[in-house]
Ligand binder design. Sequence first.
Ligand code: HPA
Ligand SMILES: [Zn+2]
Length: 322
Amino acid sequence: MLPKAELHVHIEGTLEPGLLVRLAARNGVTLPAAGTRGRTDRYRFTGLQSFLDLYYANLPVLRTEEDFHDLARAYLVRAASAGVRRAEIFFDPQAHLANGVPLEVVFAGLSAAVEESAEVSAELILCFLRDLGAQAAEEMLRAAMPFRERFTGVGLDSAEAGFPPSLFREVFRRAAAEGLHRVAHAGEEGGPDYVWEALDVLGAERIDHGIRAMEDPVLVGRLRDERIPLTVCPLSNVALNVVPSLAAHPLPAMLEEGLLVSVHSDDPAYFGGYADDNFAAVQREFGLDEDALALLARNSFDSCFASEKDRERWKAGLSGAR
Ligand code: HPA
Ligand SMILES: [Zn+2]
């Protein structure tokens, strides 16, 4: 299995139907109708919001430290089998707080799984829910500071359209002052202007998705010249109708432009696959050869926040892999 780093995965999006049902039973939580629909078949979504509605509807099954541990543990075991050596994992504490789960429960459960992970070097990235607004994000960051050592950076996720990155200037400035890494979802629903803002206003070090940057040649030049990482999620983009089909996905054009792109799973329990499945899908669809797949894997290590020494060690493992 090709070694790789997974840099765009939401831990809540790894909640597989089997674990969802077990946690609901364990906690005596009744799943909402929206949560039960589709579980016997593949999930079907019309766009980002229709997915988010189900994603949030399923989260009340997560209540205890053990629940968060079991969720992250299951992901890390599956990721290891996908060849993942490094995982930088998003989590959405505002959603859990809204469900009455204290922050220390979320951190304790996720951190325990991260620390216990021998196979995968893992870190957490705290995401702000952009549709809750800037003030809520600032309160979230303040509340998370007692847990500063347990997360490596901040991100920006949830409904994108109508919530431009520029709204979050101040909270990202504060995160930078705390020495936190900064990433942001941009250019999934929103256009190239959202990617510009994520870079110029938020100081984002990495853009999550970013595929709509391809609509702006000046932006493409900037991303190439500055080697700004883009974490692309092909099966997610197809599932959420961000692209009409995998065949129409801009990944080959992004590689052709020399961008620092890598491939990730986003919400694997909902979108039909983990990191290895996403690699297999683009290999099949675009006929990528071993060199192209190794480049995607190398890019993933070059895009991660691990030490130079670790990144070099993982990249050295690429020659002769597969
Ligand atoms: O795919 C996503 N996009 C935006 N926000 C999200 N939060 C969880 N998954 C996603
Ligand atoms: Zn995402």
